[in-house]
Design a protein around this ligand. Structure first.
Ligand SMILES: C[S@@+](CC[C@H](N)C(=O)[O-])C[C@H]1O[C@@H](n2cnc3c(N)ncnc32)[C@H](O)[C@@H]1O
Length: 197
């Protein structure tokens, strides 16, 4: 078995043993161990939350005092402590709905958004960056000053422009590849700290 397959298998097994719905939970756990983005009592929005692996991590981290809202096009089986909205982040009334549920702006915006992949690298990259740009627009409306965000991105030509855009809104913009993310996949995570507006 190739090392990459063995690692994928390892996280799949761990997720099953530890009751996470998706291997992706470990990517967020690793990012949060490094950057301590999600704290007890945080208000967190999870964009592209199905099947709910990140929601499981976040609800545990924020505890009873926190608030968690997830959005996805797909239905999501309920996660205790989270409110899930079915819809698109492109819906114009979505940010007002979310701020209404949170009762104020969010401390953290998470985006693990991914389009349906076609297998054509250029097209998938462009679609994913376009979704991430929408997520950034969303963060600009919903995040409180000083808040943090995480954006999943697919590597490619448009990435630098997106990073430059992030730098106009955040004090620190850090590229990360958690070890739970398959080495051969083109996904990266951008951790953004100190939202300026
Ligand atoms: C990689 S999955 C997220 C996995 C999730 N973080 C977890 O741990 O369970 C990406 C999700 O983005 C969602 N998505 C794609 N475009 C969207 C859009 N415009 N609005 C909301 N969700 C979207 C997809 O439906 C998919 O469920």
């Amino acid at each position: 078995m190739r090392l990459a397959d063995a690692r994928k298998d390892q996280y799949r097994r761990l997720a099953k043993d530890q009751g996470y719905r998706a291997r992706s939970a470990y990517k967020l756990l690793q990012l949060n161990n490094s950057y301590h983005i999600i704290k007890k009592g945080s208000k967190v929005v999870d964009l592209g939350c199905a099947p709910g692996g990140w929601l499981q991590v976040v609800t545990k981290e924020v505890g009873q005092a926190g608030k968690v809202v997830g959005i996805d096009l797909k239905p999501v089986e309920s996660v205790a402590g989270a409110t899930v909205l079915k819809g698109s982040i492109e819906d114009v009334d979505m940010f007002e709905k979310i701020v209404g549920i949170l009762g104020s702006k969010a401390d953290v915006i998470l985006s693990d958004l991914a389009p349906n992949v076609s297998g054509l690298w250029d097209i998938d990259h462009a679609r994913q960056i376009s979704l991430s740009a929408t997520a950034l627009g969303f963060a600009r409306q919903v995040l409180r000053v000083g808040g943090s965000a995480v954006f999943k991105v697919f590597e490619g030509d448009l990435l630098n422009e997106f990073r430059a855009d992030l730098k106009t809104s955040f004090g620190r913009v850090l590229l990360n590849k958690p070890s739970a993310s398959r080495q051969e996949s083109s996904e990266l995570y951008i951790v953004c700290l100190d939202f300026k507006q």
